[in-house]
Design a protein. Structure first.
Length: 232
């Protein structure tokens, strides 16, 4: 009996020794190290080559392109498109534009307009714009008689148009009633030996002294711009 029991025990021990030890991972590669943070393995390929992990946003880790500068030009607004007031109060003279040397240019009208930094007086002619001289004077005097012609305003700007005449020399020239705070008065002074004299009474809105002015001859017009401020 003792010998039979010993053989049974030996047989049971042999059976138990033949059974492999059970793993805890359900068939995984227990000998391979776990992936470190920032690495992942290829699906279905244990021990495959590790690939870089995506960034925090899930997008590509390639560097972002640098910002490009706009090629659009800067805006061209500003003071250059606004009123450019004349600054000189010195004497001005110039040649005519389009006038016939054998005929007298005919002064047909005078217009006044207000602008942001200056006021404008436009002399309209028929037959082209004549040569001119413009300057400040102490008083306005008729040619020939020397009679003084009064005008409102602290300063008097005289314009002489050469080889010109008023539309009707036999009656007083109609200057209209249009004035501004700078252009205080308009006066036809005289027509004598082919010259027309015209006066503008002027006040400076800012500063002391005579306002700056400029004269421009264009086809059938002579334009006088008078600044609101005294000349610097």
């Amino acid at each position: 009996m003792k010998r039979r029991r010993s053989m049974t025990v030996i047989a049971l021990l042999s059976v138990l020794a033949a059974v492999p030890a059970c793993g805890g991972g359900g068939g995984g590669d227990a000998g391979s190290p776990a992936p470190t943070a920032g690495e992942s393995r290829s699906a279905g390929r244990p021990g495959g080559t590790a690939s870089p992990a995506p960034d925090a946003t899930g997008g590509s880790t390639a560097p972002a392109p640098s910002a490009s500068r706009s090629s659009a030009p800067p805006s061209e607004g500003g003071e250059g498109a606004a009123d450019d007031a004349p600054r000189s109060a010195s004497r001005k003279s110039g040649k005519g534009r389009g006038a016939d040397e054998t005929e007298l240019a005919v002064l047909t009208g005078v217009r006044v307009g207000a602008h942001g930094a200056y006021d404008r007086v436009v002399f309209d002619f028929r037959g082209g714009a004549p040569a001119y001289v413009a300057e400040y004077v102490a008083a306005l005097h008729q040619d020939g008689s020397g009679e003084e012609i009064p005008v409102e305003g602290e300063h008097r700007l005289m314009l002489v148009f050469s080889r010109a005449r008023p539309e009707d020399p036999q009656k007083e020239f109609d200057t209209g009633d249009t004035t501004t705070p700078t252009v205080r008065d308009l006066a036809f002074v005289s027509y004598f030996e082919g010259d027309v004299r015209f006066g503008i009474g002027v006040d400076a809105r800012r500063g002391d002294g005579r306002p700056g002015f400029r004269v421009t001859a264009v086809e059938n017009r002579i334009v006088v711009d008078i600044a609101h401020a005294a000349a610097g």
